[in-house]
Design a protein around this ligand. Structure first.
Ligand code: F0G
Length: 459
C-alpha cells in the first residue's frame, strides 16, 4: 500500500514558474545538448530532479538572515554565528567554511593524500573519488554486499563491511592509508543510511590502526533521522543528539552544505588535529579565501547557520523522508524497479532492470535519463557506467559499477505531491515501451568526472 503523502510542514509564499515545452522542442533540446542532461538549459526542464544539491527552497528565516550578512574580510559576525552553529551541532575543535563540499574534499586530499595511497570508504561519491584520484590516490569502496542487491531491504544498506575493511588494511598496510572515510547517507549506493553500530565499528577499526577517520557528512541529518526510525535504542533521542554521537566518533568531516544545511551554496571542513588545521588553513587561503569566509559571502555563512538547524528539524525530516518513500512506492506499484528501501534524498531507479537488453557499455541509465526528459520534460541523473566506469591504470581494463541507476533526487521543500505523481506516471509510460529503447555511445568524454561534460549519440 502506498504510504500517504505527508502534508508539507510549510506553506508557499514565493513561486517560481516552470513549464513543459512541446515534444518537438524537447527532442531538439536533447540533440543540441549531445543527449547529456547536464548540458541542457534549465528553462527547458519541467521538473528538475537532477540533484538535491543547492536546489532546495530557503526559508523566510534564511532569507532574513541574508540581510544580516557581514561582509567584513576577516572575523565577520556572520562567521561567528556560523561557528556557534557548527560547534554546537558537530563538536569538532576546528572548522573552516568552503564554497562547497568538493572544495573541502580538495583541501583534505591536498593535505593528506600522496600518490599510490588508498582511501577506504563505504562508497565515495563522484567528487570525493575524483579528488582522491587527482592527487594520485586510490579511492576504495567497501560497502556491505547487500548494497548491490536492489531488492534487499536491509535497514542500513550504507554500512561498511567491517571484515572487508580490516582485510583491506592488512593487505595494503597502514602506511598506505592516510585517512579513512564513510559517506552518510551513501549517495552513490542509493542514499542509504549507515547505522550507529556500524559507525562505531568503523571508528574502532580506524582508531586501532591509527588511521584518521573523516565523515563525508553531506546528508548527515537524513542519516541521523533514519537511525532514530530504524535503530533500536535511538527512538527517544533527538536527531541532534544522534548527530553529536556520530561526530564524536570521528577526527573530522567534510560536508557539502548544499544538502542538509538547505543552502544554495556552501561547505564545511572540520578537524580536531592542530597541525592538520594549520595546513588546511594554508591550503584554504591559497585556493578558497581567508579562513573566516572560505570562498563564500558573509550572507551565505548566515544562511548556512540558520539552515543547519532547519535541516535537523524533526517535522521537516519526517516530511522529507516520507516524500521519497511515497515516490518509491508509487514506482513499485507501477512495476518500476527501484533500490529498496527508498533513500533519504531520492529514489534510484534500477535502469539496468528496466532495459535488460542494453549492456552497461551502452549506458542503460543514460538511456532512461534521456527517455524521461523526452516523455515528460523531467531531468534525473545517471549514476552508472557514465559516471563510474573507469580504466584501471594497472590492468588497462574497464571496470563497470555493479548497478546502472537513474537517480531522481528530490530538492528540499521544492516540489509537491502532484509533481511526484506526474514523475511516477511518466516513468510508467516509458516502461510500457521499454523494449524499443536503444543505448548510447560517447562522441566526447573527458578523463575525470566525465558525466558533467560528455556528449552522446543514440545507437
Ligand atoms: N559528498 C557527497 C556524498 C555528495 O553527494 C556531494 C555532492 C559531494 C560530496 C560534493 O559536494 O557538490 O557541494 O561540491 N553531490 C551532489 C549530488 C552534486 O548531486 O549528489 P558539492
Amino acid at each position: 500500500m502506498t504510504p500517504t503523502y505527508p502534508p508539507e510542514p510549510f506553506r508557499i509564499k514565493v513561486t517560481e514558474p516552470i513549464r513543459l515545452i512541446p515534444r518537438e522542442a524537447r527532442e531538439a533540446a536533447l540533440k543540441e545538448a549531445g543527449y547529456n542532461l547536464f548540458l541542457m538549459k534549465a528553462e527547458d526542464i519541467f521538473i528538475d530532479l537532477l540533484t538535491d544539491s543547492g536546489t532546495g527552497a530557503m526559508s523566510q528565516e534564511q532569507w532574513a538572515a541574508l540581510m544580516r550578512g557581514d561582509e567584513s574580510y576577516a572575523g565577520a559576525r556572520s562567521f561567528h554565528r556560523l561557528k556557534s552553529a557548527v560547534d554546537d551541532i558537530f563538536g569538532f575543535k576546528h572548522f573552516v567554511p568552503t564554497h562547497q563540499g568538493r572544495a573541502a574534499e580538495n583541501i583534505l586530499a591536498a593535505c593528506l593524500v600522496k600518490p599510490g595511497q588508498y582511501v577506504p570508504s563505504n562508497m565515495h561519491f563522484d567528487t570525493t573519488d575524483a579528488n582522491i584520484r587527482a592527487r594520485g590516490g586510490r579511492p576504495v569502496n567497501l560497502v556491505i554486499d547487500e548494497a548491490h542487491d536492489p531488492g534487499n531491504r536491509h535497514p542500513f544498506k550504507g554500512n561498511m563491511d567491517i571484515a572487508k575493511l580490516r582485510a583491506f588494511i592488512e593487505k595494503v598496510g597502514v602506511k598506505n592509508i592516510p585517512l579513512g572515510m564513510v559517506t552518510v547517507t551513501n549517495n552513490a549506493g542509493g542514499g542509504q543510511p549507515v547505522s550507529m553500530e556500524n559507525l562505531k565499528a568503523i571508528a574502532k577499526v580506524y582508531r586501532e590502526y591509527g588511521i584518521p577517520f573523516f565523515i563525508d557528512a553531506a546528508r548527515y541529518a537524513e542519516n541521523c533521522y533514519f537511525i532514530k526510525q530504524r535503530e533500536p535504542g535511538y527512538e527517544n533521542k533527538s536527531v541532534k543528539e544522534i548527530a553529536r554521537e556520530m561526530f564524536a566518533l570521528a577526527d573530522g568531516m567534510c560536508m557539502s552544505a548544499k544538502k542538509d544545511a538547505i543552502v544554495n551554496i556552501g561547505g564545511l571542513l572540520c578537524v580536531n588535529d592542530e597541525t592538520l588545521f594549520q595546513n588546511v588553513k594554508n591550503e584554504l587561503i591559497l585556493r578558497e579565501g581567508f579562513p573566516t569566509y572560505g570562498g563564500l559571502a558573509g550572507r551565505d555563512l548566515d544562511a548556512m547557520a540558520v539552515g543547519l538547524y532547519e535541516g535537523l528539524d524533526e517535522d521537516y525530516l519526517a516530511y522529507r523522508l516520507g516524500q521519497t518513500a511515497y515516490l518509491a512506492s508509487r514506482l513499485t506499484e507501477a512495476g518500476i524497479p527501484t533500490i529498496q528501501p527508498a533513500g533519504g534524498h531520492g529514489v534510484y531507479v534500477n535502469a539496468g532492470a528496466v532495459f535488460p537488453h542494453i549492456p552497461n557499455y551502452e549506458f542503460p541509465a543514460q538511456a532512461l535519463a534521456v527517455e524521461l526528459y523526452r516523455e515528460g520534460g523531467i531531468r534525473g541523473v545517471e549514476i552508472g557506467s557514465v559516471m563510474f566506469a573507469y580504466l584501471d591504470p594497472e590492468t588497462n581494463e574497464w571496470h563497470y559499477p555493479k548497478l546502472e541507476l537513474l537517480r531522481l533526487a528530490i530538492p528540499r521543500r521544492t516540489y509537491t505531491q502532484s509533481h511526484l505523481d506526474y514523475v511516477a506516471d511518466t516513468l510508467a509510460k516509458i516502461k510500457s515501451r521499454a523494449a524499443s529503447v536503444r543505448g548510447y555511445k560517447f562522441t566526447y568524454a573527458p578523463e575525470l568526472l566525465r558525466h558533467f561534460t560528455a556528449r552522446f549519440e543514440p545507437l
